[in-house]
Design a protein around this ligand. Structure first.
Ligand SMILES: [Fe+2]
Length: 172
């Protein structure tokens, strides 16, 4: 059973890594092709090799297994992150409403949060998360969410999706 909370905020403060992460994201080319993101977004497969991102993915994997899915006995390799991307929002940028189905869980890690940074908004529950630098928001990937128009420069995040790897669990 998934814990009652569909949106979980957990601190993951790697301050020394955040400036490097933001520099990496800003230096990478814009993602090509359609997206709900109207901001500088990287492609989904370009961040995996960076050690700062690997540490973050290990942290999120642990959170999902040990907290969100703690009533299951699942191994680290039972879930995986096939997509991770970075976004740097400047004034006027936004992300329109969307979900990450059919992934299992998604996350947003707040790399840089200047004053007047836009929140993360969940469109049906009306829940609004005011981001803090170093926080990681993990949520049910089916939840529709958006980022309202940003009123500052350099709001920076790393996001990703986790999926369930097994075709069958043998339990029913
Ligand atoms: Fe999203």
């Amino acid at each position: 059973m998934i814990e009652d909370l569909q949106v979980k905020v957990v601190p993951y403060t790697k301050t020394e890594d955040n400036k490097i992460l933001q520099q990496i994201i800003k230096s990478l080319p814009y993602k090509q092709g359609p997206s709900n993101i109207r901001a500088h977004a990287t492609d989904w497969d370009i961040l995996f090799d960076y050690p700062q991102v690997q540490s973050l993915l290990n942290f999120v994997n642990d959170q999902i297994r040990n907290n969100l899915l703690r009533s299951y006995s699942i191994e680290k390799d039972d879930i995986s992150c096939p997509e991770v991307w970075g976004v740097n929002y400047n004034k006027g940028d936004q992300t329109t409403a969307h979900s990450h189905s059919p992934s299992l869980f998604s996350f947003v890690y707040y790399v840089n949060v200047p004053d007047k940074s836009s929140p993360l908004h969940f469109n049906y529950s009306k829940e609004t998360i005011e981001p803090q630098e170093g926080d990681c928001v993990i949520f049910d990937a089916a939840l529709t969410h958006s980022v309202p128009v940003c009123e500052c420069d350099d709001r920076c995040v790393v996001s990703g999706n986790f999926v369930w790897n097994k075709k069958g669990t043998g339990t029913y």
